[in-house]
Design a protein around this ligand. Structure first.
Ligand SMILES: NC(=O)c1ccc[n+]([C@@H]2O[C@H](COP(=O)([O-])OP(=O)(O)OC[C@H]3O[C@@H](n4cnc5c(N)ncnc54)[C@H](OP(=O)(O)O)[C@@H]3O)[C@@H](O)[C@H]2O)c1
Length: 287
């Protein structure tokens, strides 16, 4: 264990790494900062690094890249141990080079580990043009890996026809009420790993009070949120819950000392409501 790791409450190396289709690796658990207010971001990301998180998921549109960057700058965690994702907003599809440079400047970084097209935005954007910009950013070393978010299977197929590089990830809304088996299967075909956003249902559902989740929580002496996060891990997706509550940051990290049984996994898999389980925007309609 290196000196800085001893300052983390949990050993960061307990988090499994997932190999991407370009040979890079990503920690399977991270910390997401959607809706973390810009003025609180530095302190909360610093707290996350202290807990043991090494993977941070932000986006240009979140308005908090500067706070993420300030926490990184003040941290003693070496840059190569961090995995930083940011995303290209919908109105910059034809302006990738400048948009990425703005994000890098705000983050105070020379490169991001993962750069994503945030939405396909098919009615007003041009994701095929954006992807060419991301491919160039990868070639220039400004983004170590590149991927997409909120892409439908059709969007992935359309992209494949014009791309040199396949997306390393597709970041989509995914939780037990909206389990996305079709997209997970398509990811396998395209060599594209699935990342779950809204992994806890964004606290907009009764997921954390569901009886199957509560039964598993009781059986393992864990909280409902820990059960849901464990379900994501055991389904081999990448996950980065958001919380502005430091005690929950620790709770959400403390999921590596138990395993859901096959019966518990199947019971939670069965909670899928398909489209009715969606709590966020539909990519076919969002621009
Ligand atoms: N690509 C995209 O379009 C997209 C869209 C949405 C999100 N994302 C990414 O995915 C990340 C996670 O998704 P999300 O933030 O939308 O939703 P989420 O992580 O499913 O849910 C966040 C909500 O859950 C609460 N929470 C967190 N831990 C909890 C716990 N242990 N027990 C009970 N409640 C808990 C949080 O409350 P408190 O904060 O009050 O503790 C917050 O209200 C984002 O931060 C972002 O990085 C990407």
């Amino acid at each position: 264990m290196t000196e800085h790791q001893s300052t983390s409450e949990f050993d960061p190396s307990i988090v499994p790494v997932v190999e991407l289709n370009d040979g890079n690796t990503i920690p399977q658990l991270g910390y997401g900062v959607f809706k973390v207010p810009p003025e609180d971001t530095e302190a909360l990301v610093a707290e996350a690094l202290k807990v043991g998180y090494r993977h941070i998921d932000t986006a240009a549109i979140y308005g908090n890249e500067e706070g993420v960057g300030a926490a990184i700058a003040k941290s003693d965690v070496p840059r190569e141990e961090l995995f930083i994702t940011t995303k290209l907003w919908n109105d910059r599809h034809e302006d990738v080079e400048a948009a990425l440079q703005e994000s890098l400047d705000k983050l105070g970084l020379d490169y991001v580990d993962l750069y994503l097209i945030h939405w396909p935005s098919t009615s007003t954007g041009n994701f095929k043009a954006a992807w060419k910009g991301l491919e160039q950013a990868k070639e220039q070393g400004l983004a170590k890996s590149i991927g997409v978010a909120n892409f439908t299977v059709k969007n992935l197929e359309d992209l494949e026809m014009v791309s040199k590089i396949r997306p390393a990830v597709n970041q989509i809304e995914l939780h037990p009420y909206f389990a996305r088996w079709k997209e997970i299967d398509a990811g396998r075909v395209h060599g594209t790993k699935v990342e779950s956003w809204g992994p806890l249902g964004q606290n907009k559902t009764d997921l954390l009070e569901n009886e199957d989740i509560l039964a598993a929580a009781e059986a393992h002496s864990k909280t409902p949120a820990q059960i849901v996060l464990r379900w994501h891990l055991q389904n081999n997706v990448i996950v980065f819950p958001k919380t502005a509550t430091p005690s929950r940051m620790r709770e959400n990290f403390d999921i590596f000392d138990f395993e859901l049984t096959d019966a518990e996994m199947l019971a939670i898999n069965d909670l899928d409501l398909g489209e009715e389980g969606r709590v966020g925007s539909d990519p076919d309609e969002f621009s």
